[in-house]
Design a protein around this ligand. Sequence first.
Ligand SMILES: [Zn+2]
Length: 395
Amino acid sequence: MKLMKCTRCNMPTSYEGLSLDALGVCEICRASEEKMKIDWKKKRGQLEKIFDKYRSKTNYDCIVPVSGGKDSAYQMHMLKKEFNMNPLAVTFSHNLFSQEGRENLHMMLEQLDIDHIEYTPKRSLVDRMMKNSLSLIGDSCWHCHAGVGAFPLQMAIKLNIKLLVWGESVAEWGKCATYSNPIDYDEDYFRKVSTKQGPEKMIAAGGIEENEMMFFYPPDAEEFGSSGLHGIFMGDYLFWDGEYFTEFLTKHYGWKERQLEGTYKRYKSAECIMTGVHDYSKYVKRGYGRGTDFATQDLRNGIISIDEFHELSSHYDSEEPIMMDYYTKKTGIEKKEFYNILIKQRETAAKELFDSKQRMIFSDPNKKRIVNDSTLSDEKYFEKLIKEKDNYFKG
Ligand SMILES: [Zn+2]
């Protein structure tokens, strides 16, 4: 199938599950139009009613999965300060925390005074899962996708907590949902959207024992059904704006941003050191990375021009991340093999974007890395990244 791009935001159809309507506009753009017309005050009232239903005198009112990222930090703030809820925060740790991510998470829990449970898979297990992950799903992060979904669900059911509060609406990035027709959060959703390949596949890929995978299994349909657990996305009830959340958290809580690989914004997945490798894998497989993700959003919102869009996506997407070195050493997958594995999984529509030497046809051959942190020179930025990587090797 030929590659097409949304006529409004330029998102390519190599984006998983993306379809364009008769005017060539994608569902992410349509959802963003919808978002502007929603009566958010009314939605907030609906959320308040849901919360009222789940307030408990004997248990936590809800579980909130927290990653150390800005969305879950804002969720905790809203639950505690605006809705006067008594949440239990749960963290599936990918065991790849950036220093800022760790500090942000700790700071939010302390300042908001919230109880917290965390599960961290051991280093060797993470390394083995990162290795299998590349062939299994085409990026390095299966353990994170699976753990983030399964662990909070397991905890909610074990502790008999009836409400689980996720963050961003699924409609925000397409994925078969709109604001007027939001997705049902159930076992089916978890299997289809959250992890496409279950723990059985991870074990079958080799080097991993079943008894290491306890926290990666989502509850089955029966457990789900009998638990009475209800999952909601806060973003279906409150206007979601990552940029605003970051500003808010910085001002009120002393939130720390960090320089990220492969993009020009400094907040998305800043809690993880592997985000550059994750996004770069997507670029090799689908022909676009995190630079394009953000640029489509900014283009859609009218913040940047189409020329700026091209400049940003061609500059950031194709940058091989520094953390690739960490990934290859920890997994034993050589760089050449890394590319081979991903090129084999390349989306048909994305193939036309690369030449026979695997160079991106539209990328700028003379490009230099752009560092978007005005407080750091290019040199200092790379020094910082390399130091961070070395610290991980030591750990
Ligand atoms: Zn679009």
